[in-house]
Design a binder for this molecule. Sequence first.
Ligand SMILES: *Cc1c(COP(=O)(O)O)cnc(C)c1O
Length: 391
Amino acid sequence: MPFQAKKMGKIPPYMFAEFARKKAEMTKAGIDVIDLGIGDPDLPTPDHIVDKLIEEIRKPANSKYPSFIGHIEFRKAVANFYKRQFNVDLDPETEVLALIGSKEGLAHIVPTLIDPGDTVLIPDPGYPPYRMATYLAEGIVRYMPLKEGNQYKPIFNDIPEDVLAASKLMFLNYPGNPTAATVDLSFFKEAVSFARSHQIVIAHDSAYNMVTFQGYQAPSILQVEGAKDITVEFGSLSKTYSMTGYRIGYVVGNKEIIKSLSVYKNNTDTGQFTPIQLAAAYALNGNQGCVHKYNDIYQERMAAMVEGLQAIDIFVDPPKGSFFIWAKTPKGYTSNEFAQSVLEQTGVIITPGNAFGPSGEGYFRISLSLPNDRLFEAIERMKKNITLTRK
Ligand SMILES: *Cc1c(COP(=O)(O)O)cnc(C)c1O
């Protein structure tokens, strides 16, 4: 008897298992493997946030069950952040919900909004949890291909009518993982108007909303007039403040959707530890100097990597957001072949683009969340040792 439900069988085997095996093998053989596959900040959580966490942990009242919709101080801090950054008004009581990391909410919004057999529109390539959550909710995954020629934006008019009629939910994500693509408000206007006319909820994942460069500021989809009728936006402290391990994020926007998700969550989890919520509120309300400092570091790493890639004839424009570089594999290589070849020739792990969906084939992703010395070492090795044998 298989100890799993049939829907579990839809989850593909761990995509990086083969790489993990190779990495272990090479490390054992004494090779210094550099992993540019992991999207997890190396930079530390800023001290003032850590200090606040410790202060709050010492208060006995904070060891009790947290508020499952989120501490009001955290929800107010998110609302203040939206006002300050986007000039969007949010009611902290009804339009903000705390999440145990945004991934938790992105996964739970699916069964909250769809029934088995309903369709979910998913960016391809995209962050894997959108499609995995859809499989687990027994929904139908319909990919929206993101093409370089359209700046990695979906072409809404390409989605067939019958698919639209069956669709309840659409995911979007800018600045994007893995593509590092950014958009301006006019794209969100188009998306909201399309979603309204087809009655499809938009879940916008803005995990990288503050990880931006070159003077670019990422818009919020809630800046579009009427967006709250049909849209929710997910945000996270993880990338902005190097707090991935803290597990704290939020969802904002349409209050009925937020209400439904909070009912789902109230019967699934009991919210994040109060001191973490209060440390996160402190991060959002406090001095944002740390964010600028970290973005400067990422921007510098990006410039170095873009230049390193140029040296091996791979050309990309420096991204304006996220900490990824998304680039085409050299001529004659599939995503997997190129990643294998880079690993064998340099001991550097990069992520094959097809891990993020079928349209990622022919691309690879590099993460810049690695200390400068390791990153520069990886660049040097790539410059020196990569020989492209196929043409
Ligand atoms: C990292 C990431 C998240 C998850 O963030 P958490 O808040 O740590 O769960 C969500 N979406 C994208 C696209 C990410 O890259």
